[in-house]
Design a protein around this ligand. Structure first.
Ligand code: AKG
Ligand code: FE2
Length: 424
């Protein structure tokens, strides 16, 4: 990140004064980025991260990826034999697209070998099977493979390299949000927004996907009369005005057709529904950074409010009611306020370390951390969101006495570092 982009981005967030912008109607089409040489990280920040807009990168951006060479036959189809030899024994999660369980699909686990034999049978059966349409989803290939397996499967594009979520999980060594998806023509992902309002990037290693993308806020018009979001936005039942009273006022989604090798950027909080138009394999990552951190924090506050509403009748009779809300939030959303602080702390400490080094060490380095200007920007974002967290009444009720670094102390350190970044 260069100095000018940092100044531009910091000014953008100052003008928002902590607000999280909802989008208006969807743009008529997603921007298409043709040439890597003509598109810098700064272009991505100004054109897409700050305005929170989707875009499609041409297949030239993934030209050198090993997976595009090795996982695919010359005819552009999944190379089942190569994949079997490589990953046959791995246990993978598989969803049944034909069965609705709440707003998702039930998942089972099977060996990759069994999944491939199912997939071949499905194709031979004319894209049909008594077992239904099974979709291999959310396979943590990176975490579950040896480095040797992963050799040049993909190269993280510079645009997505500020990735606090995976940086956090890598530091803890317990999880990640790097996935492989693989499914036959007709497999699909129901309507959803990504975890914690993260961004997603998705590359088709082979095959094509159709994306229906809804800007943040547009999903409100898709709620049913009980306030629930639909499972399938294309279902005829949405036309029933008694069940979906606001559907007739909804705007059509942005439709994106993603070809083999192309990379889709899904902005923060955009709901989407996705179809595999061919037998398709994709690599998808979820990521959070300084640009959508406030969206994540806003989302977590909404999640806590939802829990509080749900168990409000016990508020006066239950002595640890606030604590219970945090426990329930953790089990429903995967994170609570205390853990969000921990997430901020891990990233903050790493950025403070970078800024503690002389500018010459990281100057202009385009590596994963994107250098000192990026660290300075990150610190400014951490200061804003940590200030909001610390002053939140529900965080003030969290017992922080056992935390290794007190939130106020961390905030003071970040503010200190921020004042010294002005000169960078
Ligand atoms: O490709 C799919 O089926 C779903 C992908 C998705 O939801 C995402 O990348 O966020
Ligand atoms: Fe998604």
């Amino acid at each position: 990140m260069d100095r000018e982009t940092r100044t531009f981005a910091e000014r953008h967030f100052r003008s928002l004064e902590g607000r999280v912008l909802g989008g208006g109607a969807a743009p008529a089409r997603a921007a298409f980025i043709a040439a890597p040489a003509a598109f810098s990280y700064a272009d991505f920040v100004r054109g897409f991260l700050l305005p929170n807009l989707p875009c499609v990168f041409s297949s030239a951006f993934t030209e050198g990826w090993g997976s595009r060479r090795r996982w695919v036959t010359p005819a552009g189809r999944p190379d089942f034999q190569y994949l079997l030899d490589k990953f046959g024994d791995v246990i993978v999660p598989v969803a049944n697209c034909g069965v609705q369980e709440y707003n998702s699909n039930p998942k089972e686990h099977m060996s990759f070998r069994d999944y491939i034999s199912y997939w071949k049978e499905y194709i031979q059966g004319g894209y049909s099977s008594p077992r239904g349409c099974l979709y291999l989803k959310d396979w943590h290939l990176c975490r579950e493979s040896t480095v040797e397996d992963l050799e040049d499967v993909f190269t993280l594009p510079v645009y997505f390299s500020s990735d606090w979520l995976n940086e956090f999980w890598d530091a803890l060594d317990v999880d990640d949000y790097r996935f492989v998806y693989a499914g036959p023509k007709g497999s699909w992902s129901p309507f959803h927004a990504d975890i914690f309002r993260s961004y997603s990037w998705s590359v088709n290693i082979c095959g094509r996907k159709k994306w229906l993308l809804f800007p943040p806020g547009q999903e409100e018009a898709l709620r049913d009369c009980h306030g629930n979001l639909p499972y399938d936005v294309t279902a005829p039942v949405l036309l029933d005005a008694r069940l979906y009273p606001r559907f007739q006022h909804s705007s059509p989604p942005l439709e994106v057709l993603q070809e083999a090798g192309e990379m889709v950027f899904v902005p923060s909080g955009w709901h989407h529904q996705v179809y595999n138009l061919d037998d398709t394999i994709s690599i998808n990552h979820n990521w959070v950074n300084g640009y959508n951190l406030a969206n994540m924090w806003h989302f977590l506050q909404q999640e806590l409010q939802a829990v509080q509403r749900e168990i409000s009748e016990w508020k006066d009779s239950m002595p640890d009611w606030h604590h219970h809300c945090q426990v329930i939030m953790k089990s429903c959303s995967g994170i609570n306020f205390g853990e969000f602080y921990h997430f901020l702390k891990i990233i903050a400490e790493k950025r403070l370390l970078v800024l503690g080094q002389g500018p010459e060490v990281f100057k202009d380095s385009p590596g994963p951390g994107l250098g000192q200007q990026q660290a300075a920007f990150d610190v400014s974002r951490l200061v804003e969101v940590l200030t909001s967290l610390i002053t939140h009444p529900d965080f003030q009720r969290v017992d922080t006495s056992t935390f290794s670094l007190q939130p106020e102390e961390l905030l003071a350190q970040l503010k200190d570092a921020m004042s010294s970044t002005a000169a960078l």
